[in-house]
Structure formats: C-alpha cells, structure tokens
Design a protein around this ligand. Structure first.
Ligand SMILES: NC(=O)c1ccc[n+]([C@@H]2O[C@H](COP(=O)([O-])OP(=O)(O)OC[C@H]3O[C@@H](n4cnc5c(N)ncnc54)[C@H](OP(=O)(O)O)[C@@H]3O)[C@@H](O)[C@H]2O)c1
Length: 231
C-alpha cells in the first residue's frame, strides 16, 4: 500500500501513523486535518512526498473533496486510512445535542463519506484497502460515552457489512480497535493513568502491519489493548 490518504494526521494516532509510514521514501501520502500548523509539522517529519489538505470532515462535502484531491494528487488511492475522531464524555442528559451530532458526524459519517467517495475507483481497479480506526468502545460500551460508543459500534457494523460486500472484488475493509492510547484526545479531562496506556507509536505500528499484510491473508479486525486491558 504505497499511496495513502490519512485523515486525522495532525495529532495523536494519525500523526504517529503518518510519520511511521512516511519514513519509507517510496510512499506517497495525502495528510488531512484541521490544523495547518500541526499538519505541516507532520509533513516535515516524513521522508516521502506529502500533500496536505485542511478541512473539517464534519461536512461530507469536504470529505468528498478530500478524496478527489487525494486521487488527483496521488494518481490513485491504494489505501484510505480513516483516523479522524473525537470523544466528548458526560451524562447523556447533560450533553448538548450539538455534541451528540458532532460525535456521530466525525466518528461515523465522516469515514462513511470518505469511503463512499473512494470506493468506486478501488472497485473499478479491483484493489484497495480501507483501514478504519475504531475503539474498544465499539464492543465494550462504556458509560458516559453514548454517542462515541454508538458511532464506533456503528462504524464496526458498517465496516463488516461493506467488507463482506467488496472483499471478493479485491477491496478490503479493515478495523483496528485500540484501547486507551496516550494521545491529546485525553487532554483537559479525567483520564486513566497515561503511563498505562498504549503509545500512539504502538497503534501506528499495528495499523501498518494490518495495512501492509500480504494478499494471502486478511487481517479483518485487530483488538489492540494496553497490557492491563481496560483501564
Ligand atoms: N486516544 C485513545 O485512547 C483512543 C482509543 C481508541 C481509539 N481512538 C481513536 O483514534 C482516533 C484518533 O484519536 P487520537 O487519540 O489520536 O486523538 P487526537 O490526538 O485528538 O487526534 C484526533 C485527530 O482527528 C482530527 N479531527 C477531529 N475532528 C475533526 C474534524 N471535524 N474534521 C477533521 N479532522 C478532525 C484532528 O484534527 P485537528 O487536530 O487538526 O483538528 C486530529 O488529527 C479517533 O478516531 C479515536 O476515536 C483513540
């Protein structure tokens, strides 16, 4: 998988993944995020050619524009890596509706929108991989995280359905479900001990292994946990 579009590349897991795969000079990357400064910093740490795209993926029109940009700049898209996400915790009755909609938009609808835009060319070519970063929350419904849990569980169901639909046509949909990972996602709120969490680097390495696995095996879903499990 040499030509990749990575969303959420400006921070945390996406940043670590972009830097990890970007050290290989024969890759070509399109990195997406909202923060231009942070995205440019990530691009400067890559040894391979990199293009950046600034945009808010809450808007599915922007998601479609991002995929068109990546296909045009890369010539073709071998891999779509959906990492962008956001979590806002709290009692459901106290969460503003804008938070509920926002979490569904970025964690579920955005990856569905980039996939909808990228799939036709992959199917026409008969190759391509879509790697979705979910969360252990997709299968372990934590309290005070309803919209996040719903979005991740929804994306898992969608990924399984689509994988069954397209895998015999050369396209694979893969999921990585990490447990607690030490990233800026946890800044500013209560959180488990950060030193017990997974590192972004560990998640990035696992994502790369999944994406670059040989064609003779299909790594459909990977659950990756901190050594102590749920923290
Ligand atoms: N940290 C964990 O414990 C953990 C565990 C399991 C799964 N995950 C999942 O891993 C993924 C990455 O999370 P992280 O921990 O690396 O968090 P992070 O450091 O906060 O990074 C989130 C990334 O998503 C991007 N993003 C957020 N909202 C966006 C929007 N509306 N439009 C475009 N981009 C947007 C951010 O871009 P900007 O910064 O440029 O705005 C940033 O690049 C998420 O899907 C998260 O659910 C995290």
């Amino acid at each position: 998988m040499r030509r990749l579009l990575i969303t959420g590349a400006s921070s945390g897991i996406g940043r670590a993944f972009a830097i990890h795969v970007g050290r290989e000079t024969d890759r070509r990357l399109v990195l997406a995020g909202r923060s231009e400064t942070r995205l440019e910093d990530v691009a400067s740490r890559c040894a391979c050619p990199v293009e950046t795209f600034i945009g808010d993926l809450d808007d599915p029109v922007v998601a479609r524009r991002l995929v068109a940009f990546a296909e045009e700049r890369l010539g073709r898209l071998d891999g779509l890596v959906n990492v962008a996400g956001n979590a806002e915790y709290g009692p459901y009755d106290e969460l503003p509706w804008s938070s509920v909609e926002g979490q569904i938009a970025i964690n579920l609808l955005a990856p569905m929108a980039t996939t909808h835009a990228a799939l036709p060319a992959m199917l026409a070519r008969g190759s391509g991989r879509i790697l979705n970063v979910l969360s252990i929350a997709a299968v372990h419904p934590f309290p005070f995280a309803g919209p996040y849990v719903a979005a991740k569980a929804g994306l898992l169901a969608f990924s399984r359905s689509l994988n069954a639909e397209v895998r015999k046509r050369g396209v694979r949909v893969q999921c990585v479900l990490p447990g607690a990972t030490d990233s800026p996602l946890w800044d500013g709120g209560d959180h488990p001990p950060r030193e017990k969490m997974l590192t972004c680097r560990a998640v990035a390495e696992t994502m790369r292994d999944a994406l670059d696995a040989p064609d003779d095996r299909a790594l459909d879903e990977i659950v990756l946990m901190p050594p102590e499990g749920i923290l």
